[in-house]
Design a protein around this ligand. Structure first.
Ligand code: SAM
Length: 252
């Protein structure tokens, strides 16, 4: 981390970072981990989650637009989290908490079934090489986990500037059980989503940005007490735990 990130971490982490128990890898989330989100935020409120929040550009803008929500962000790259802390502080938003950990594991272990109103995954790492596609965030297993964690009227918003990943997302998510494509195709740009530096770089390079929006297809009936039953455990996803700097992406 650079000096200003170190300073942000020292002064702001206590207030906005939620520490969670890990397994062997520091950015993992222990399966027995538990967070009382109402206690962390000091209030009960609808839970919004972002996975891969980077420097927090979208996170902070969206949290400011949604003071009614408790917004939880997961990011594995500590310098980006430190920059996020500075941004939170600059903008004076109080309804954000950040977890320095893998958001896939966080979503599985730290949120009850049917408890997440909004999930945002904006510009997930594209992992271009075919042999790395298995590391991509969007997969059938992750889709099943998201479907189980969303509230019955919950929404998952995605965006990417890589057409092949956008198409791969559609191939996985359009037929995914428990999810429905809210627009039957590409979504209009999510109007609340700010233009981030990352997105601008894609646009400058001539890439088109695709937005996607999925909703929970159906509410679990009371006859299905365990809405989590069909969700694969994450071990299969764990090998995808991102190693900072390993994606070959432009550093934040
Ligand atoms: C391409 S960047 C986009 C950042 C941000 N969403 C934006 O639009 O500016 C992807 C980010 O996701 C983070 N990331 C990748 N996989 C993650 C995971 N499983 N959990 C949390 N963060 C993740 C990376 O460290 C990186 O900061």
């Amino acid at each position: 981390m650079n000096a200003s990130q170190e300073k942000a971490w020292e002064t702001l982490a206590d207030r906005f970072i939620v520490d969670v128990p890990a397994r062997e890898l520091s950015t993992s989330v222990h399966p027995d981990a538990h967070v009382d989100w109402a206690a962390e935020f000091g209030r009960e409120a609808p839970l919004f989650v972002e996975i891969g929040s980077g420097r927090g550009e979208a996170l902070v803008a969206l949290a400011a637009l949604h003071p009614e929500a408790n917004v939880v962000a997961f990011e594995v790259f500590q310098p980006a989290v430190a920059s996020t802390l500075s941004r939170i502080n600059r903008h004076g938003v109080t309804n954000v908490r950040v977890v320095l950990a893998n958001g896939v594991e966080g979503l599985e272990h730290l949120f009850a079934p049917g408890s997440v109103v909004e999930l945002w995954t904006f510009f997930p790492d594209p992992w271009h090489k075919p042999r790395h596609h298995k590391r991509r965030l969007v997969s059938p297993e992750f889709a099943a986990l998201v479907a189980a964690r969303l509230t019955p009227d919950g929404t998952w918003r995605l965006a990417t500037d890589w057409q092949d990943y956008a198409e791969a997302m559609r191939e996985v998510l359009d037929p995914a059980p428990g999810l429905v494509n809210a627009h039957g195709g590409w979504a209009p740009r999510f109007a609340e989503r700010p233009l981030t530096k990352y997105e601008q770089r894609g646009l400058d390079a001539g890439r088109e940005v695709r937005d996607l929006t999925y909703r929970r297809a159906d509410a679990p009936s009371p006859d299905q007490p365990d809405a989590d039953a069909d969700v694969p455990t994450v071990p299969d996803l764990l090998h995808r735990t991102p190693r900072p700097g390993a994606s070959g992406e432009v550093p934040l």
